[in-house]
Design a protein around this ligand. Structure first.
Ligand code: IMP
Ligand code: MG
Length: 175
């Protein structure tokens, strides 16, 4: 069984803190849309969204992740699998990611969405693996920095397993 790294109660506390920060940033701004990056962010997005007090819309976007293929991992090649439904021109966009590892996925999404002229574009990620960054990405709202380990739970998977664990856990490879 995976071992707990960040407990459900620690996650819940941090999600509320992030929501208060986001509330404060966008309180007097125009329309806000949260874009969840599928699939990993679905639980984080659900909790963050419900903790916000400001009005906002929800969209989802899906990209291929290197979890599906080792070759993507090597090249940092990211592909769009499913786009958002509505235009974001002149709308405030908050990208909601589960995890930033090498940074390739978030950089791809940042570029894709910035080209559509949103009113603003910010990034919120639940966790980030500090030592793994290949691309420096500025994260506006970050839950936790973690070491270079494979984490699961709270939406995150290992070959589609463990997404529904309440805690963020570390997968210990069987030897
Ligand atoms: P990046 O493009 O290397 O930053 O990778 C980001 C994506 O890889 C995330 O959105 C996840 O889908 C996946 N990923 C990276 N590390 C982990 C992990 O430890 N657990 C689960 N998924 C991960
Ligand atoms: Mg992801």
């Amino acid at each position: 069984m995976p071992e707990t790294l960040i407990s459900a109660s620690e996650i819940s506390e941090r999600v509320d803190e992030l929501a208060r920060e986001i509330d404060a940033t966008y309180r007097d701004e125009g329309e806000l849309v949260l874009i969840g990056v599928l699939k990993g962010s679905f639980i984080f997005l659900a909790d963050l969204s419900r903790s916000l007090t400001i009005p906002h819309r929800i969209e989802f976007i899906a990209v291929s992740s290197y979890g599906d293929s080792e070759s993507t991992r090597r090249t940092g090649d990211v592909r769009l699998l499913m786009d958002i439904r509505h235009p974001v021109t002149d709308i405030h966009v908050l990208l909601v990611e589960d995890i930033i590892d090498t940074g390739h996925t978030i950089e791809y999404l940042q570029r894709l969405l910035a080209a559509r002229s949103p009113a603003s574009l910010r990034i919120c990620s639940l966790v980030r693996k500090l030592d793994r960054a290949e691309i420096e990405v500025e994260v506006d709202y970050l839950g936790f920095d973690i070491p270079d380990v494979w984490v699961v739970g709270y939406g995150l998977d290992w070959a589609e397993r463990y997404r529904t664990l309440p805690d963020i856990c570390v997968v210990v490879p069987e030897s």
